[in-house]
Design a protein around this ligand. Structure first.
Ligand SMILES: Nc1ncnc2c1ncn2[C@@H]1O[C@H](COP(=O)(O)OP(=O)(O)OP(=O)(O)O)[C@@H](O)[C@H]1O
Length: 332
């Protein structure tokens, strides 16, 4: 929390309702309301790195748009660095950075460096600070050889790194990232994650991360918030989320030859295809002891660990939440 005891980001009972018209016959249109965000309350302290996840249409983007001031809440109170985002959007813009994985904020036809020059002027960044920040981003995000390349010629991973740098040139206190690793190859993902980790540790930049990739959360965030149908249904550690959902990770092992299903405590074989076997184990537990035992007891050639996808973790969590409490059950 900030020195005055409050959070850098504060939401109290925030709601967003959209009025939409839908076809109700050949000519008739009916008004109806979509409650995209339905009374959300949370605090994010300075320097925290939190995951904000949920299934499609849960209300994540709507929340982020309210946090950046693009949308005005229908009800509730929202503050970022003490600022009401929709009322003072320009003032807030100097203190936040936003990266959308699915679209770029860079100028498509211009070399990357020209976009940065424009950001320099738009945000009136002092020259020295601009140069230092650019240098640092170029080094850590390996952008040196890309600066003169027009954005449209960059690969997705290169463009994403370019976008992240653009969002950070003005030293924002808060960085919102919407699907920053979507569509990236393994190496680009690792590079982006490493950069974000450093940014958070060294500069204490507060990061709110929206993603469908649980590995992003696992590697970056100590805290995860889950939103479903516009409501916050979980706020805590990732391990706790796995426990609530009783979700499982999968260890994929390649053995030297086709063998009967591997038998080890704490894991169960869910699929066998020739020499390859799939073992499910509780996601909240470490894979290390299991890997050690397989390596010791079986002719192991290769292995990999697969995370459950976010949708399935949340689906499990929801199905468990719907089991009635014993008191309710006896009253049925
Ligand atoms: N401008 C709008 N007008 C009407 N309805 C909207 C508008 N924006 C979002 N919605 C609706 O609000 C709900 C939440 O949408 P939102 O985009 O916030 O979800 P999301 O969690 O970001 O989903 P995704 O993972 O698919 O991006 C959805 O039902 C969506 O159709």
């Amino acid at each position: 929390m900030d020195s005055d005891g409050s959070g850098l980001i504060e939401l109290d009972g925030v709601e967003k309702v959209f009025d939409v018209r839908r076809r109700a016959g050949l000519l008739r249109r009916e008004k109806h309301q979509v409650r995209a965000v339905d009374g959300i309350t949370f605090r994010v302290a300075r320097g925290e790195m939190v995951g904000y996840i949920g299934p499609n249409g849960a209300g994540k983007s709507t929340t982020i748009k309210m946090l950046t001031g693009i949308l005005t809440p229908s009800a509730g109170r929202l503050r970022v660095a003490g600022i009401d985002p929709s009322r003072e959007r320009t003032k807030l813009a100097r203190r936040i950075g936003v990266v959308f994985g699915q679209r770029t904020t860079l100028w498509w036809d211009l070399p990357l460096i020209d976009s940065y020059r424009l950001v320099h002027r738009m945000y009136r960044i002092p020259d020295k600070r601009y140069r230092e920040n650019l240098e640092r981003c170029v080094e850590l995000l390996e952008l040196g050889e890309l600066l003169e390349v027009p954005v449209r010629q960059l690969s997705l991973g290169q463009r994403m790194r370019g976008d992240i740098a653009a969002a950070l040139l003005h030293d924002p206190e808060v960085l919102y990232l919407d699907e920053p690793t979507i569509g990236l190859d393994v190496i680009s993902k690792a590079r982006v994650r490493e950069f974000l980790r450093e940014l958070n540790t060294e500069r204490r930049t507060t990061v709110v991360l929206t993603t469908h990739d649980l590995t992003d959360i696992e590697q970056l965030c100590e805290r995860v918030m889950v939103i479903d149908h516009g409501r916050l249904i979980y706020d805590g550690a990732l391990a706790g989320l796995h426990e609530v959902g009783a979700s499982e990770r999968t260890l994929v092992v390649d053995l030297e030859r086709e063998l009967p299903a591997v038998e080890l405590p704490g894991a169960r074989v869910v699929k066998v295809e020739g020499p390859r076997q799939w073992l499910a184990f509780p996601a909240a537990e470490s894979a290390a002891p299991l890997v050690a035992r397989i390596a010791a007891e079986y002719p192991l050639v290769d292995l990999s660990v697969r995370e459950p996808d976010i949708e399935s973790v949340i689906a499990k969590m929801l199905s468990r939440r719907k089991v009635p409490e014993p008191a309710e059950r006896s009253a049925l």
